[in-house]
Design a protein around this ligand. Structure first.
Ligand SMILES: [Zn+2]
Length: 163
């Protein structure tokens, strides 16, 4: 069987994000490119959601093992930090999955200076869709999330933020 880039991309759909397993690395938009290397093997180029993200080593390991299970090896995973990942790279499907999982997806257009304008950002409650919410803590269960609470249904929820 001839392996094409399309096969590789298809397989990468099965690689979950270690922190939010309902999202694949493609949903997150962190896979930038797939290349065939001259001396056999492939290279997968990823951009971390933020530099120093502890989940990235895990993601590289997951990418390699999922591809190897399909008989594709050797696999080299390269991190590229520029241009920096933004939440805009997340797919629509990824945003939907995130919300179904109970995490508010990043607000569009909020990718530039998240922390500075955090108080002005309107985050919709993933439970009841109310926009009457408030931030409880800049840091949620992981550094990728902030903790919010909905004023309508009173439920706390995580908001997926940028860095
Ligand atoms: Zn709510």
């Amino acid at each position: 069987m001839v392996i094409t880039k399309e096969h590789i991309w298809k397989i990468l759909e099965e690689v979950p994000d270690p922190e939010i397993p309902v999202l694949s690395v493609l949903d997150l938009g962190i896979v930038r490119d797939v290349k065939f290397l001259d001396n056999e093997g492939i290279e997968v180029i990823i951009t971390p959601t933020y530099s120093g993200c502890p989940a990235m080593d895990m993601i590289a390991v997951n990418i390699k093992s999922v591809l190897q299970e399909k008989g594709i090896h050797p696999v080299r995973v390269t991190s590229v930090l520029h241009p920096a990942w933004t939440t805009e790279w997340m797919t629509e499907e990824g945003r939907r999955k995130l919300k179904d999982y109970g995490i508010a997806p990043p607000v569009k257009g909020s990718f530039d200076k998240g922390a500075l304008f955090a108080s002005e950002r309107t985050v919709e409650c993933p439970q009841c869709n109310s926009s009457d919410t408030r931030m409880v803590s800049q840091f949620g269960s992981t550094p990728c999330k902030a903790l919010y609470q909905c004023n309508s249904c009173k439920e706390p929820f995580d908001y997926f933020k940028c860095h």
